[in-house]
Design a protein around this ligand. Structure first.
Ligand code: LMR
Length: 329
């Protein structure tokens, strides 16, 4: 009938046949779990801005923050299935994918400063780890820094003994699990999106994290004590679905690689200041007692935590560990 013909024509038009088709942008869905106002959140937005600008609108990047689309485990699956094209999960979340070497970044007190972390990601190990993602259908694009982890709970955490029996939320990393056990705590894997509620309801007693996440997730409302332990480090890998990437026109790939490079420089440059600003706000809130451990206390933490390196050697791999030590200096 005439109605059917018209209907089919309308459907073809909405599918973008005819002139509109050439202009239909390539859409990249970029999903992540943190607030927009964080080093990663801002890095993602910078990538969007650069990509849309430099491709003249041929590429459209939709950024979905705050686990709006997917939470930790689901986003990794969504990327592999192609439901989203880009993510920037923390390096502590690649174990479940079967690339256990990423957990080398979780070894306690591995990095003395940000430069040490950079030396590792920018060296051979950084490249080797990305190569291990390819058979999983994932292409590693860049490493993004966040900062050092501190510990929080509703009781003071000064000595190792203070952790005894505490349920501590961790990301899905066996090294982080071993770390919490070494302190005498009970580790519990929990999605980032569930952290606030988990702490509020008492499903977990405490957590480790960076200031920017502590502030933007409002954890100061549900945690009374924060210890400046800097025992661990939080960083990300910006990753893309490999099949999607390989299917892009070569010139677009080159442009997007450039955008990612510049977004990475930006994200890494703001990480320290973003965290310092968040720290000031946490302090100014007056809701959290902030504790700077003494050198003797840190030594005690190190004594308890350094055996985790040896314990995790079989999982993380001796080669990855040696390469990380060497590059971190
Ligand atoms: C966490 O789960 O604590 C972090 O990985 C969240 C993030 O992406 O910064």
């Amino acid at each position: 009938s005439r109605r059917q013909v018209l209907g089919a024509a309308a459907a073809l038009a909405t599918l973008g046949f005819g002139t509109a088709r050439a202009q239909a942008p390539i859409t990249i869905k970029f999903s992540h779990v943190v607030a927009p106002d964080t080093p990663k959140g801002k890095g993602a937005l910078r990538f969007k801005e650069l990509a849309e600008q430099r491709t003249g609108g041929k590429v459209k990047v939709e950024v979905y923050p705050n686990s709006q689309l997917y939470k930790d485990k689901e986003e990794m699956e969504a990327l592999q299935l192609g439901s989203v094209q880009m993510l920037a999960p923390s390096l502590s979340k690649f174990g479940p994918l079967g690339v256990k070497e990423f957990e080398v970044f979780d070894l306690p007190f591995l990095f003395k400063d940000t430069q040490a972390f950079k030396n590792v990601t920018e060296g051979d190990l950084g490249k080797q780890l990305f190569a291990k993602l390819e058979p999983k259908g994932i292409r590693g694009m860049a490493y993004w820094d966040n900062g050092f982890h501190d510990m929080s709970a509703n009781k003071p955490l000064h000595r190792v003994a203070d952790f005894k029996g505490l349920k501590m939320r961790i990301q899905s990393s066996k090294v982080l699990e071993a770390q919490m056990r070494a302190l005498g705590a009970i580790p519990q894997v929990m999605a980032f999106s569930e952290l606030y509620q988990g702490l509020q309801s008492g499903v977990v007693d405490g957590t480790e994290g960076t200031f920017s996440n502590f502030w933007t997730q409002k954890l100061y409302e549900v945690q009374k004590h924060l210890t400046l332990s800097n025992h661990g480090h939080l960083a990300y890998a910006a990753i893309v679905n490999k099949k999607f990437w390989d299917g892009l026109p070569a010139d677009i790939r080159t442009t997007l690689d450039g955008c990612m490079h510049d977004a990475t420089v930006y994200a890494n440059a703001i990480a320290a200041t973003e965290n310092a600003l968040s720290f000031d706000k946490i302090k100014a809130s007056g809701k959290v007692t902030i504790y700077q451990p003494t050198p003797a206390e840190i030594l005690e933490w190190k004594k308890a935590l350094m055996p985790v390196h040896k314990e995790m050697e079989a999982r993380v791999g001796k080669d990855a560990m040696q390469a990380a030590y060497k590059a971190a200096g």
